[in-house]
Every structure is written in C-alpha cells, then in structure tokens.
Design a protein. Structure first.
Lengths: 339, 147
C-alpha cells in the first residue's frame, strides 16, 4: 500500500523537490504583451535565424534548456533526466532541440498540458529517490502549430471569436532534491475528459471540463479549500474556457473566482493584439509559469499556487474524421514554505 | 461530487457561452472589399477593351492579371491581413483562389520543391478544383443530352 497517495488521483510528495531555476524565451508578439518584463529573452524574429519554423522552435527549446542550466550554475552532466515535449508531430521540437544535450531524455506528449505533466513526473522521480536534478522544458511556436493544425499563414482567412492564438515561446524549470523552494508538494494527475466538443476553434470549451475535474478532484483528494491558494491558474483555456471553468467549479461547491486566472488570458492584451479568446500552446503556460508566476513566488507575493496545465488531445486527422476533442488537465501544487 | 452535465447539456451550455462572429460587420466588410476587387477587375476589362482586344481575350487577360495580383500580395505578406479583415470578400474572388495556391506553396517550401511546394500546393485549392471540374463535366453532359 502506497503511503504517498491521497484519494484517487493525487500524490503528496514526502521529499518535495524545489524549483531552483526557470527560464523562458518568448516570441515577438508575446514580447509586446503584458508579461514582457518577465521573460528572460524575447526573440525579434519568428524564424530565430533558422531556415524553418520547426528549426526555430527547436532552437527555442535548446536555448531555454541552456539558460535554465546557466541560471542554476549547473552543467549538463549534473542533470539526471530531462522531460520534454511539444505540439509538433513526433515532438520534433524537443527531440531535435535536445539531441545534443547529452542528458537522459524522456519525451512526453500532453499537448498543452506538457509542462505540468513533465513537472509531475519529474517531481515523483525525485521524491522516489531516483534523481537529484531534473529539467522539464517545453515549447510551442505559432507558425509551426498553424502549419500543422490549421492553414498556411498567408492564407487570407478569418478566425472565429473563440479561436486562440498559439504562443511562440519556450519555458522550463529545474527541479532539485536540494533547494529552498518553491516546493512541489502535491500532484493531481488528470483523467482524459471528453464532453463531445468537436469545434477545434473552441478548445477552451473542450478543455474546461478536464480542468474542472482535476481542480475539484484536487480539493477532494487533499481536503484543501480554495482559500489555501493565492492563485489557481489554468494553462490555456482562454476567455470562453476560463468562464466555463470558474462557473462549473463553483457549481461543485468551491468558490475560486477571486484567485483564479488563466495563462492564456495573462500573456496577451487580447484587444490590442487581436488574439481573440487568448493564448494557447505548450509554451503559453510554460512561459507564464517560468516567468511571471515563478518571479512572483520568489518575490514572496505568491505563496501557494495551483498550476493546472490543460491540453487538448486532438490531431488534424481526428478533427477531419469528425471526432470530438479529448482533453486533460494536470495539477501541480507549489508552495514557497513547507507546512 | 455533484452530478455533472451530460455531453448534450454541456454542448448546449457551450453554445450559449461562446461569443458569436459579428455577421453584420463581416458582411459589410466582405461587400466593400469584394466590391473593390471586382472594380479593379472591371478597370482592367474596360482598359483592355479600349485597346481593341476581343471579348474572350479580355476575359482571359483580366483573370491572369487578377491572379497575378492575388499571388503578388500573398507573397508580400499582405493578403492574409486583407483576408482577416474582409473574410469572404477576399476569399471568393479569383485573387483568393490564387492566395489559396500560393500560400501553401510558400508554407511548405521548407520541405523542398518536389514534396513541399509541388506536393502541397493544391492542398486547399485541390478540393475546389476536383469538385469544380466534376460539376462542370456533369453540367456539360446534361447540356449535351438536352440539346
């Protein structure tokens, strides 16, 4: 019988790993958004000096990985594992971006939930005593995502008001068995939830039930109340999904309205930057977490954060075949102090 | 946990929650931009007629010029901005057809000229061509049988 499990979906880490370093690199549009001051680097050109968008995205991951190590004053040999994934077919941004890293590599795919999924797996490995230092890094790129999931960039189409804008950027964290926090204390792993939404231009609505399920399960498994948190933040539900999520969590008896936000709404000025329902992509919550949220936790203005990255597990093929959108949300509970 | 909505109930709820496209505004924009594109075409037609070209030549040359302009503005990264503003107004005219062929050609150039540009060029225009040509063949057969 495992002693670390709480309820059906949550684990309580007995040796909570610390997030000792983060890094995030953002694209030009994100670099003009409200969180621009919290990014480590902002690339001027979407191609990042490369020949293709896929190469550009790989470069983002490679540079973010290097920056995480540099900020922590570590070398690649000191890293036991790296968890990484992205949105491209066969996760080529991560695979190619880290092929020269010389670090044992676990490729993960959780669509836009990849950041929290990687952090969950990394934390459990450290808690289990299998590793000391683990890097989790992910990325997305507006152009490569549009190319794979939607239409060519230069095609003159209109987006629907519920459509979201894939973030160009990469973010990552270094988890360590030794450190002074912020600590990852609890992990609630999401189930695949599918409420039958088929509109790939309304992914916020497709993913919201998964987020609701994971947030409510987190409260039930741990016995925490929403008051424990200064911030509950979902990955990329956008405006439509955020509203649905807040409402449905409320219906389940938990009032999170005052402390709830969504990374997809934080990263852009939606009116000025014409991003419709908000940001999306693995890089969305990764850059917001590694930049803004981590900064605020280090500064002390945020003490307890529930980071819930959300992913839409669709593919262009499944959409064309008329399938609905299975979704997932993984929650990571982070605290600056151990209780 | 309180009982959650069924899929059907959730879909109806989402439908209510999701903002709708501003159809009135989109129609007016499409009308204005689509109209302007047609006026440009008409300008070419009239200019060519004044130079003494015949009706069939005029139609052909006008189409060629409009396709060229559509491709040119796609290459200059301007047609997508126009499309975002005008919607159907810039998709329906022949310039939009040129845009639908040139934009994937540009996009997939990184996969090479054969499998990239060549293989993907008609990824959007392809269905239009297949069903457009099929419809014209059927119409032709019907016309042949009736006449």
């Amino acid at each position: 019988m495992s002693t670390k499990r709480l309820g059906n979906q949550t684990v309580k880490l007995q040796n909570p790993p610390s997030i000792v370093s983060t890094a995030c690199i953002a694209g030009p549009k994100e670099g003009k958004g409200p969180l621009r001051l919290y990014f480590d680097n902002i690339v001027e050109d979407e191609m990042c000096g490369e020949k293709s968008w896929e190469k550009a995205e790989s470069k983002l991951i490679r540079e973010t990985f290097a920056l995480i190590l540099k900020k922590a004053n570590k070398s690649a040999e000191q890293i036991n594992y790296v968890f990484s994934g992205d949105l491209l077919n066969q996760c080529i941004a991560a695979n190619f971006g880290l092929r020269e890293s010389e670090v044992p590599f676990f490729g993960v795919y959780g669509a836009c939930s990849t950041m929290a999924e990687s952090m969950s797996l990394g934390s459990m490995l450290i808690d289990g005593g299998f590793a000391e230092d683990i890097v989790c890094v992910t990325s997305s790129h507006f152009c490569s995502a549009e190319k794979q999931f939607r239409f060519p960039l230069e095609l003159g189409t209109q987006r629907t008001p519920t459509a979201q804008w894939t973030v160009t950027g990469s973010g990552g964290v270094l988890l360590s068995a030794k450190g002074d926090g912020p600590y990852i204390t609890h992990i609630t792993t999401g189930k695949i939830v599918d409420k039958g939404i088929k509109d790939a231009n309304n992914m916020g609505a497709a993913m919201a039930p998964a987020a609701v399920d994971t947030i409510v399960t987190h409260f039930m498994d741990t016995g925490f109340s929403p008051e424990r948190y200064d911030l509950i933040v979902t990955g990329d539900l956008g405006e439509v999904g955020r509203d649905i999520c807040a409402e449905l969590v409320q219906e389940q008896g938990y009032n999170i309205s005052g402390i709830y936000n969504d990374c997809g709404l934080m990263i852009y000025d939606r009116e000025r930057q014409d991003t419709h329902a908000g940001g999306s992509g693995c890089g969305c919550c990764a850059t917001v977490f590694a930049g803004f949220i981590y900064w605020k936790m280090m500064e002390g203005s945020l003490k307890n954060v529930l980071f819930v990255a959300t992913g839409a597990l669709l593919s262009p093929t499944s959409t064309q075949q008329g399938e609905s959108i299975p979704s997932i949300a993984h929650a990571v509970s982070i605290s600056t102090v151990l209780q | 946990m309180k009982k959650t909505m069924t899929n059907k109930e959730y879909q109806i709820y989402v439908e209510k929650k999701s903002p709708k496209s501003n159809i009135g505004r989109n129609i007016i924009r499409a009308f204005i931009v689509g109209g302007l594109i047609c006026i440009i075409g008409q300008f070419f037609t009239n200019a060519l007629k004044m130079r003494g070209y015949g009706q069939e030549e005029v139609a052909g040359i006008t189409s060629l010029l409009m396709i060229f302009l559509g491709a040119l503005f796609t290459g200059l990264n301007l047609y997508d901005d126009l499309g975002r503003f005008a919607g159907a107004g810039s998709i329906v005219p022949i310039t939009g057809f040129a845009n639908s062929i040139v934009s994937p050609a540009m996009e997939f150039k990184s996969e090479g000229y054969v499998m990239g540009v060549g293989g993907r060029m008609f990824v959007i225009a392809g269905p239009v061509l297949v069903y457009g040509i099929s419809a014209s063949i059927i119409a032709g057969i019907v016309y042949y049988l009736l006449s």
